[in-house]
Design a protein. Structure first.
Ligand code: ATP
Length: 241
């Protein structure tokens, strides 16, 4: 198994945010976690990334296995640099006072001396030609859609093989949103494994192979996306009836 989250319980202080969730992602898959506000989606991704508190909660019990090895004692920089897992966070978190190129360059920090870095810049610019046109521009001047491209490009510059995306459709006009998802699909076809969390469940269930529905810290439904799209409960609660 590629990623296996096993009976994971986590707490922020005294408040339990995940009540023993289990799910898997196989290599090459696109898996989505959908759910309402506060369901625990971001918490799940932050826990997998091993972010320190307060961003990530304390693991009370359960495990997160990546390629069979527990992540619980792996420091965050190793999750990125050694295990090649990347997170595209909600709200993008790019450095607005730095240029597009400088933001991409920062992501290569853990790859000093790697001769394939130049090729990876080119790959990002080929995937997102708007970034190539704006490579010297300060990132705060980019549109929301372009900033989202930069956030994905930055993750790719870490040489990730597994990418987790937190609400990549947030704030994007429909055309840009479809462009973004088309590019993500292409990356998946080239071998990138994807875990996507989305409030736009309609979009997520069209894009992913399999999905899990998270409701206040518990997984309440799972299966191939086609099956979830036809599930009357999922339809009623998440797909607008
Ligand atoms: P959204 O779509 O609104 O981002 P979500 O499904 O990603 O929602 P989380 O952000 O993971 O949900 O929140 C799950 C629960 O944990 C919520 O009750 C939230 O208030 C709580 N929570 C999240 N982050 C923290 C934190 N740093 N400290 C304390 N509680 C937190």
């Amino acid at each position: 198994m590629y990623l296996q989250v096993d009976n994971l319980r986590v707490k922020y202080g005294n408040i339990e945010a995940l009540h023993g969730i289990s799910f898997t992602v196989e290599q090459g898959e696109i898996v989505t976690l959908i759910g309402a506000n506060g369901a625990g989606k971001t918490t799940t991704l932050h826990t997998i990334m091993r972010l320190p508190p307060p961003e990530a909660p304390k693991v009370v019990s359960g495990d997160i296995l990546f390629k069979g090895k527990s992540l619980l004692n792996v420091p965050p920089h190793e999750v990125v640099d050694k295990l090649n897992i990347a997170l595209v966070p909600e709200g993008r978190h790019i450095f607005g006072n730095l240029s597009v190129e400088e933001n991409l360059q920062l992501a290569t920090y853990g790859r000093k001396g790697d001769p394939t870095i130049a090729k990876d810049y080119q790959r990002v610019y080929d995937l997102f030609p708007r970034l190539a046109e704006r490579r010297k521009q300060r990132s705060e001047q980019l549109s929301g859609g372009e900033q989202q491209m930069l956030a994905v490009g930055r993750a790719l510059m870490t040489k990730c093989e597994f990418i987790m995306l937190d609400e990549p459709s947030m704030g994007l006009a429909p055309l840009l949103m479809y462009d973004m998802f088309r590019t993500l699909k292409q990356l998946n076809q080239e071998g990138l494994t994807i875990l996507l969390i989305e409030q736009n469940a309609n979009l997520a269930l069209k894009f992913a192979h399999r999905g899990y529905v998270l409701d206040t810290g518990e997984i309440v439904a799972s299966g191939p996306c086609s099956q979830l799209r036809d599930d009357p409960e999922v339809k009623k609660a998440y797909l607008g009836g």
